[in-house]
Design a binder for this molecule. Structure first.
Ligand SMILES: [Zn+2]
Length: 391
């Protein structure tokens, strides 16, 4: 058509302008994820002097709450696949260094050995926008251990999906999780005495005691300190966890006068457990308790219903993508020639990765999400040419 040919450059620009979302067009509710990438420093307190420490931080921001996770470990070749680090390997430095411990709040013990203290085989942001998420995979010798952490828009907590995959034919004898928190304030290290508690839907115990958990009932664990309460002008505010009963055989909370340590015994055959973490920094104990009593049940349902697989691979239909691409190539006419090999290469890679991703290969799922995100530009251009040349 004469007019479209005459105005082709303008139309092409207009097509790009429409395709590229502007901040004004984006929905208000977005979750961002920021990754520092690996950073190294010379060991001081973390390991032997002269060794090199690798650290990497990823921050999830739901628009109302922001959480930063820190993976640390010594990468000196003398350690092989182990990554020692004296204050722990997987910590939560934001929103506060207390509560879920900044240096290391999470250990995953497979046959008694902590997976987070092994080599990281994959760590990357897997989603931003409608949800924000990242994954980290540790190369434990007895099972590959993967953790996905995810926030929803406006969310005040982080949803966690933990999986362990032993090599074919093998099965770990024991799998356990250890969580460490210092509710509201680092009491002992600041020479102050607190009054720690752990409350669940079923009970509430003060320090110093061991709380034996009933996994079917103790689905939320609220860690607080009655001395260090924001309502009294003391401390930073409490913290909490959700524990979905599936895959959890039992557990206990050691309510100490400094740390509160939670040990969850997982069912090795389950292969998966789901948790969530709350940091109520800035909130009073009464506010946090009221929140949990009112919302933890709903949050637990959401946690168990969440599909943690990254978009757009989660919803991808390879056949639909292929037929759409073929239609666009046909519509693009002569202009299709430059796109044909790129599109064919993309579809081949997508098909291969989708097959691996469907077999719960987290690296392939991450690669597929990246590939599709990076190919959006190719499809926008192809759509523009198809629109110009379509009969
Ligand atoms: Zn070292």
């Amino acid at each position: 058509m004469r007019t479209s040919a005459r105005y082709a450059p303008f139309c092409l620009l207009a097509a790009f302008a429409l395709a590229v979302p502007t901040s004004a067009e984006e929905p208000a509710a977005q979750v961002s994820a920021a990754d520092t990438g690996p950073q190294t420093n010379a060991a001081t307190w973390e390991c032997t002097a002269g060794h090199k420490i690798e650290k990497r931080r990823i921050t999830l921001d739901s628009g109302t709450s922001r959480y930063t996770f820190l993976a640390s470990g010594c990468v000196d070749p003398s350690h092989g696949d182990e990554r020692p680090c004296s204050e722990g390997n997987f910590g939560m430095p934001d929103p506060t260094v207390a509560n879920w411990y900044w240096g290391g709040f999470l250990q995953v013990l497979v046959n008694g050995k902590n997976a987070t203290a092994y080599r990281i085989s994959d760590m990357r942001v897997i989603e931003t926008g409608a949800r924000g998420a990242f994954q980290i995979v540790w190369a434990h010798p007895d099972a590959e251990v993967g953790l996905r952490l995810l926030m929803l828009p406006g969310g005040n907590h982080v949803l966690a999906d933990l999986v362990w995959n032993p090599p074919p034919g093998a099965s770990p004898k024991t799998v356990a999780v250890r969580l460490t928190c210092y509710p509201s304030f680092f009491t002992a290290s600041r020479h102050r005495a607190g009054a720690r508690h752990c409350q669940t839907p079923r009970t509430d115990l003060p320090q110093p005691q061991v709380l034996e958990l009933v996994s079917a009932e103790d689905t939320w664990l609220y860690y607080y300190d009655t001395t260090f309460d924001v309502a009294k002008g003391e401390g930073g505010g409490p913290c909490a966890a959700l524990v979905a009963p599936a895959g959890v055989a039992g557990g206990r909370v050691q309510i100490g006068d400094y740390a509160e340590t939670t040990d969850l015994t997982l069912t090795p055959e389950a292969g998966e457990a789901r948790l969530a973490f709350y940091d109520f920094t800035g909130r009073t104990n009464a506010e946090a308790e009221a929140y949990l009593k009112q919302h933890a049940g709903g949050d637990l349902k959401e946690l168990t219903a969440t599909d943690f697989r990254p978009a757009p691979g989660r919803t991808l239909q390879v056949e639909t993508l292929r037929s759409e691409a073929e239609k666009l190539l046909a519509d693009a006419g002569d202009d299709a020639q430059t796109f044909q090999p790129k599109v064919e290469d993309l579809l081949t890679r997508v098909e291969a990765l989708k097959g691996q991703a469907d077999a719960r290969d987290w690296k392939a799922e991450g690669d597929l999400a990246s590939l599709l995100a990076n190919s959006s530009d190719l499809f926008w251009k192809l759509r523009a040419f198809a629109a110009l040349n379509a009969p």
